[in-house]
Write a protein that binds this ligand. Structure first.
Ligand code: PHE
Ligand code: NA
Length: 452
């Protein structure tokens, strides 16, 4: 395809993929999942799946993008035709687009909470507040559809503007400013937590493990988290891969992305737990860990308002750089398929995901417990959407692994990966047997849980 967009530099794909990977998954979800699942044991399972499943599929998904040089939906159509294989595989593109749409819808709402907390921190509203005040504040935020919708709109609007400006002027330039700043902030927060928190207790919690602590549920969550955190199975990585220069090494880049993403999650986990332990608080807070427990820890610490505010800026930046990677695959498709201009295509995706996000907004208030929705589905709309994405992502990942491992012609894949025979053989073995088996195993175990 002539004139297809390509990133400006060899390293831009790494920057973009790290921007996509590092997000709420690292800063918000990973720490509270560890808190709920007994610390080190969870991390062990998580690390294993990153290696055996995450990295091989990350390589495969990037490869599909780069060899097709199209948006995921059009790219999968192209590949199934040129490789003369079943049209069934085209559903990888559609599944990805659907997952991206659903994730963006709730991701934006949760990122919106971080806008609220950035504001509360910098204005010093939470200084010296006690546990009760802070947790009532969070409850009040969740009880207000208007406030949540406002933040949700702001967040998704900003993300849309960046993508609307194009992959060079918008995405690349945005990431080039944002990502170094984010790493700087993360470092500041880490140093702060070492000085003011209990880093030894945090390290003990994260790095000692007792496998008995880990339930089957914990295994499932670890595997789901490894997909979510690497942005796998929903076309984000495939779309970015389509712009990757041909000289960039696929394997090396994928390993770097997984490594950086894991390092950020660990550092964030260490810092957050150090602050929370240092303040003598309870870690088993679920999703409220970042929005209730952490502000409480900051409330009593020197310069807590300032560092707390900076921390929530970090959360916001990381979330925006991930949100843009959810908009890109669908926007690129609309441009390719319907000849829309980029701003039009972005507007379609953003407005649709925004409207869908209202379901998440009202899940916490108007449609909380006790409504017809709960009666029908046994959970809130938000929980249902999250559950769907938890199915779509591994399913997409499984199909990507099978497609890359079994359906594509080996010589083509070999050329694209351009790596030593031993590495190629290892990757191929993982992607053909190990990753599919692992995902299938998790699915089978998860099925009963999905019903109830
Ligand atoms: N990887 C992101 C995170 O950890 C979430 C995400 C998933 C982003 C899928 C894009 C695509 O927060
Ligand atoms: Na992540």
């Amino acid at each position: 395809m002539s004139g297809h967009n390509v990133w400006t530099h060899k390293g831009t794909f790494l920057l973009a993929a790290v921007g996509s990977a590092v997000g709420l998954g690292n800063l918000w979800r990973f720490p509270y999942l560890i808190g709920e699942n007994g610390g080190g044991a969870f991390i062990l399972v998580y690390a294993l799946t990153i290696f055996a499943v995450g990295i091989p599929i990350l390589i495969a998904e990037t490869m599909l993008g780069r060899t097709s040089r199209r948006s995921p939906i059009m790219g999968m159509r192209h590949l199934t035709r040129t490789h003369r294989t079943f049209r069934f595989w085209e559903s990888i593109g559609w599944l990805g687009a659907a997952a991206a749409f659903l994730i963006l819808s709730f991701y934006s709402v949760i990122a919106g909470w971080a806008i609220h907390y950035t504001w509360l921190m910098f204005t010093g509203s939470l200084l010296e507040a006690d546990a009760r005040t802070i947790s009532e504040g969070f409850t009040a935020l969740l009880a207000s559809p208007a406030l949540m919708t406002l933040y949700h709109t702001l967040f998704i609007g900003c993300s849309g503007i960046i993508v609307g400006m194009g992959i060079h002027k918008g995405i690349e330039s945005g990431l080039r400013i944002m990502m170094p700043a984010l790493f700087g902030i993360l470092l500041v927060v880490l140093v702060y937590s070492v000085i003011n928190g209990d880093i030894a207790a945090a390290a003990r919690f994260l790095f000692t493990f007792n496998v008995a602590d880990l339930s089957v549920e914990g295994w499932l969550q670890a595997m789901g988290q490894s997909f979510f955190t690497l942005s796998l199975g929903m076309g984000a990585i495939m779309a970015y891969g389509a712009y990757m220069t041909s000289e960039t090494s696929l394997t090396r880049t994928a390993i770097a992305v997984a490594f950086i993403d894991t390092a950020v999650a660990m550092v964030a986990g260490l810092a957050i737990f150090a602050l929370v332990f240092g303040a003598g608080l309870d870690i088993n807070q679920g999703p409220g860990l970042m929005f209730v427990t952490l502000p409480l820890a900051f409330a009593d610490m020197p310069m807590g308002a300032l560092i707390g505010g900076i921390f929530f800026i970090l959360v916001l930046g990381a979330a925006i750089s991930s949100a843009i990677s959810l908009i890109e695959p669908v926007a690129a498709y609309l441009v390719e398929r319907f000849d829309m201009t980029r701003p039009q295509a972005v507007a379609v995706m953003v407005v649709a995901a925004w409207a869908m996000g209202l379901l998440t907004v009202i899940s916490f208030n108007i449609w909380a417990e006790g409504t017809i929705f709960h009666a029908l589905f046994g959970r809130s709309a938000f929980e249902l959407i999250e559950l769907l994405t938890n199915v779509f992502m591994p399913l997409g990942g499984l199909m990507i692994a099978l497609f890359a491992g079994w359906a594509l012609t080996q010589t083509e894949v070999r050329k694209e990966l351009d790596t030593s025979t031993a590495w190629f053989a290892t990757w191929r073995f993982l992607v053909r047997f190990v990753s599919p088996a692992a995902v299938a195993f998790v699915f089978l175990r998860a099925l009963p849980g999905i019903e109830g």
